[in-house]
Design a protein. Structure first.
Length: 116
């Protein structure tokens, strides 16, 4: 499912609230070599995966954010082993983009937002 431009812009604006915290977490993951493919899970309900780093009840925002990795997504079969090469090919550099797995009323989808 493709995100409409309007919904993408709304989501991008909502996620800006978290940008500083996400950039710090991303830098730590990259510096410590935890993964080459960090994934932030943005969800409004409960999600069992990753490490919760932002709770929407504690910040001005609509999203809970967990941090995870491609490796965990493979282990939990969120991404099948057959799709790993395709995912890696479409993954944008974590030095420039934040990868989100967004769970919303639109379903589940990956999006990439600029780190700036």
């Amino acid at each position: 499912m493709q995100v409409s431009t309007e919904k993408f812009l709304v989501l991008q604006e909502e996620l800006k609230v978290y940008r500083n915290a996400l950039n710090k977490a991303l830098d730590i993951m990259l510096e410590q070599g935890i993964t080459e493919y960090p994934i932030f899970i943005a969800h409004q309900a409960t999600f069992h995966g990753g490490i919760p780093i932002i709770k929407r009840s504690e910040v001005k925002g609509n999203w809970n954010i967990n941090v995870s990795s491609l490796e965990e997504f493979i282990q939990k079969k969120i991404i099948s082993s057959r799709k790993v090469a395709s995912f890696k090919q479409s993954y944008r550099p974590a030095t420039d983009y934040i990868c989100f797995f967004v769970l919303s009323e639109l379903g589940a989808q990956f999006i990439f937002l600029p780190r700036v």
